[in-house]
Structures are given as structure tokens and as C-alpha cells.
Ligand binder design. Sequence first.
Ligand SMILES: [Zn+2]
Length: 215
Amino acid sequence: MVEVHKVNGGGHSHEGNVYLIIDEVAVLIDAGRDAEASIENIEKYIDPKKIEFIILTHCHHDHTAGVPGLKEATGAKVLIGEGEVCDLGDDIATGSYLYEEDPAEFEVDGTLEEGDVINLGEWSFAVLQTPGHSPGSIALYEPKAKVLFSGDTILPHGNIGRTRRSGEMVKELVKSVERLAGLDVLVLYPGHMEPTDENVDEQMRTSLEFAKTIH
Ligand SMILES: [Zn+2]
């Protein structure tokens, strides 16, 4: 039985969600900002050293500032979408300036792209490229369990993670939301807000309608 725990500390909206997945292989999805709080929560479920990968849905500061601390505590390898690597370390692209902080510095151990499969044992994630919220955002979909880790592309209750860019990126965002909204999803694990398993299809359809209103 695969376990998923939301392990980020604090409830404030400037903290991206951090998910601990314990399958045959244990991984984290995203790193939040406050590594110490996440580590404390992780230790309730597993020895942090057993975590093999930290998979980042995108480069934004509220999802990556915790990487150095989590990498040190776990020894895990860091994976991120190929199209996102160039924005790491950039205070505008990562949005770290919004927190009056420097972007996190860490080494990327591997990149992910459309069509990649991450096999954890019972679960096997398909990597979906979902540009828009950021140029190289990815989502992770598990087709057997019908579970989606959407990053900030789709958020619960008809929300989406807005793009700070315009023009083509807005079109890309609508396409990416449309793609995720078309998936068969029982449980949505978003980059912000709480995971949800209630009428997820309907929530995602609302996100798509909302996305289409952005110009
Ligand atoms: Zn974001």
C-alpha cells in the first residue's frame, strides 16, 4: 500500500506543498521553503535517509527554497523538468525576490521530460510536461491509482496557478490545464491548498473554465 503524506510545515500560502510518497522507493514531490519543518514531519513516517529522490514540479522559490536543507538531510537526488533548469538560480524566474530572499543554490542530479516514467514499485508516474505556470513545469500522473500531482498548474476548487508571463505562456497554460482536466483523476495532490478526492473531475473542469478567461 502506497502512503502519501503532506509534510510541509506551516499553513501559510507562501509555502508550497511537500509530499512524501512511501512506496518501494520513497520520494519527495517538491521541497517547499521551510526544510526544517518538513524534516520534522518526515521523521514521523520514515528515516529521511531512505528518501531517494526529490522531484520538483517547477523552479518557483516556494517549491525549491527547501531543497538544500532537504538534500542534506536525505542525501536524495534532485530531479526537475528539463525546461526548468535554466531558470534555477534566477531571482526573477524563481520569484525569490518576492520573498526578499536569494534563490536556493543546489545541484540538479537529473532532468525529466515528457514520456519519462518514474517507477516507485507499486506506483509508476508518467511525467507530463505542463508549461504555462512556468515554462518547464511538470505534473506527475499515476494511471492505475488515478492520482495526479499537479504542481501549480491546477489547484483545487477551480483554481489555477496563474502565470506571471503573458502572450504565448498564457496559451500554453490553458493547454496544460486542459490536458490535466482531461485525465481520469480520483485524488488531486496540488502544489498549494489541501489534497482533494471530492468530485475532482468537476473541480478541474472549473479550473479549465477559469483558465480560459485569462488574457
Ligand atoms: Zn509556482
